[in-house]
Ligand binder design. Structure first.
Ligand SMILES: [Zn+2]
Length: 180
């Protein structure tokens, strides 16, 4: 009988914790919306508020197994208190918020595998240009009389390959619903 009572109590605590955990992101999202009710749409976009809110939800989900996410929860709760000031006026609050969302998105990307749209297309394009320039340089050595043409071919090949690889990877991220 006592055993059942304890089990019941333990489960009750567990359920209550789970509920309050679940409510954290919900409550915070609501708070963000209320505080930014009068903000301009372009400010909300510039400060990536939608991404921030999605990451708040992710932090909550991962915080039971990830110590960093657990720490982020405290930081996020504090930062949200002055989020309207951070958005409205340049200064300490804004710098703090900026740093937080950047660290947060880096963590969510590196540790939990969520990526911004077109992330791999951009990253691979950079490598494509570098690799393409190298290839162009080699082609110029082969045919020095067609210097500009050979160099252009190198860059084009580099960009085409990186475009194909990058967009394939981005498509996979979208399909896996791992968009940040
Ligand atoms: Zn984490």
């Amino acid at each position: 009988m006592a055993e059942r009572f304890f089990m019941h109590a333990a489960f009750g605590t567990f359920a209550a914790n789970y509920r309050s955990m679940e409510k954290w992101a919900e409550k915070l999202t609501l708070e963000i919306d209320q505080k930014l009710e009068k903000s301009r749409v372009q400010d909300l976009r510039f400060f990536r508020i939608d991404e921030f809110k999605r990451n708040v939800e992710r932090v909550e989900k991962f915080s039971s197994s990830c110590a960093d996410c657990k720490r982020f929860k405290t930081e996020i709760s504090e930062s949200v208190q002055n989020i309207n000031e951070a958005i409205k006026t340049p200064g300490r609050e804004r710098r703090g918020y900026d740093r937080l969302i950047n660290r947060l998105s880096k963590h969510i990307r590196k540790e939990h595998g969520f990526y911004p749209p077109f992330y791999f297309s951009y990253v691979y394009a950079l490598f494509g240009i570098i690799g393409g320039a190298l290839l162009g340089y080699l082609l110029v050595l082969v045919k020095p009389e067609l210097r500009i043409e050979m160099f252009s071919i190198g860059i084009s090949v580099g960009l085409i390959i990186s475009y194909i690889l990058g967009s394939t990877k981005d498509k996979k991220i979208r399909l896996q619903k791992k968009l940040m």
